[in-house]
Design a protein around this ligand. Structure first.
Ligand SMILES: NC(=O)c1ccc[n+]([C@@H]2O[C@H](COP(=O)([O-])OP(=O)(O)OC[C@H]3O[C@@H](n4cnc5c(N)ncnc54)[C@H](OP(=O)(O)O)[C@@H]3O)[C@@H](O)[C@H]2O)c1
Length: 302
């Protein structure tokens, strides 16, 4: 059952009312992921697990469940996060998911805690998807994202493997991660692409052209590191503008994303209940044209 209360949090020197889930619903537009609909502020689960499963997972489970209580219904994970442990944790916390879209990814391997290596061989993508289905305990994955395009494997083969998984009913929708406009256009010849997950935030706007393409085509754009690994939370400049709104710098950074495009679906990551509640509340933050102009001046597009 979803909780519908408002929470009072003490944030720095001021008191800010964090809206409960009803407020999140009222203040936030929804976004289509294929025929599915979600709120535009999701949750990135990567930080709930390390490379190896933790002995005590109770805090991480609490954070995942709290996200859903607060109205979050889009949760991002990957088979590579914790080498499967992240998907297992989400299954333990949230299965049978009850209206929550779990978006996972395949195609990026973790040979060691420090290494990430793409692997897009069709047989590997198929096997990885089978394992994700098992760990998430579902018959079909709502959104499967290709974590990275593998430059060592023909792109068409990777896309054909994804299209095959949809045709077989193992996957409902396909998304891509870290792609250019050209790669996105090419992919759409093989499969319906409903989302793109590229690195993007107020101060890292390399993928502006991809965002513009997604906005024009109605494809969900899921920016990763939406608050720059937490750096924006410590920004004095953001903090000054945020204080005028009675908000925090992290909230301002997320609100800017939500104002930037109607297809934007940020997935801030946190392992802290307090930060989670703060981040979810950013969906209700209204920015004026003046705020947007001042924020635009903070970030050079490039
Ligand atoms: N597609 C890809 O290749 C890719 C790559 C990386 C990540 N991702 C996805 O994107 C999600 C988000 O990325 P991310 O977690 O790396 O970066 P992020 O959301 O920009 O930042 C997370 C960091 O910020 C801190 N933080 C979060 N909320 C805060 C707040 N309100 N105030 C102060 N600090 C705060 C977190 O620490 P605390 O835990 O202490 O709150 C954490 O260190 C991941 O969870 C993952 O699902 C995708």
């Amino acid at each position: 059952m979803k909780v519908s209360v408002s929470i009072q949090l003490r944030l720095n020197h001021f008191r800010y009312v964090v809206p409960g889930p009803d407020a999140v619903r009222m203040n936030q537009n929804r976004l289509k992921i294929g025929e599915l609909e979600v709120h535009r502020l999701g949750f990135g689960a990567m930080r709930l697990t390390g490379y190896r499963p933790a002995a005590d997972r109770s805090d991480a489970i609490r954070v995942a469940r709290r996200a859903v209580e607060l109205g979050v219904d889009f949760v991002d994970t990957a088979d590579a996060y914790g080498v499967g442990a992240n998907e297992e944790l989400l299954a333990e916390a949230l299965h049978p998911y009850d209206g929550v879209l779990i978006a996972t990814k395949v195609g990026h391997t973790r040979p060691s805690p420090r290494e990430w290596a793409p692997c897009g061989r069709p047989e590997y993508l198929r096997q990885a998807t089978e394992l994700s289905l098992r760990r998430l305990r579902v018959e079909r994955i709502d959104l499967l994202q290709l974590h990275r395009v593998d430059p060592a494997v023909p792109y068409a083969d990777q896309l054909a493997a994804l299209a095959g998984l949809v045709a077989e009913g193992k996957v409902r929708h396909i998304g891509l991660s870290e792609v250019s406009v050209e790669q996105l256009v090419e992919a759409r010849r093989f499969v319906d692409v409903v989302s793109v997950q590229n690195r993007y935030n107020l101060t890292d706007r390399k993928h502006e052209a991809v965002l513009d393409y997604c906005t024009a085509e109605g494809i969900a754009f899921v920016p990763w590191v939406p608050i720059a690994h937490g750096e924006h939370a410590g920004s004095q400049l953001l903090g000054m503008i945020a204080a005028e709104l009675g908000a925090t710098a992290a909230q301002l950074s997320l609100a800017w994303l939500l104002h930037r495009s109607p297809v934007m679906l940020p997935i801030p990551g946190t392992s802290s209940l307090e930060h989670l509640e703060e981040n979810v509340a950013a969906a209700a933050l209204e920015l004026t044209p003046d705020h947007l102009a001042r924020l635009a001046a903070l970030s050079a597009v490039g």
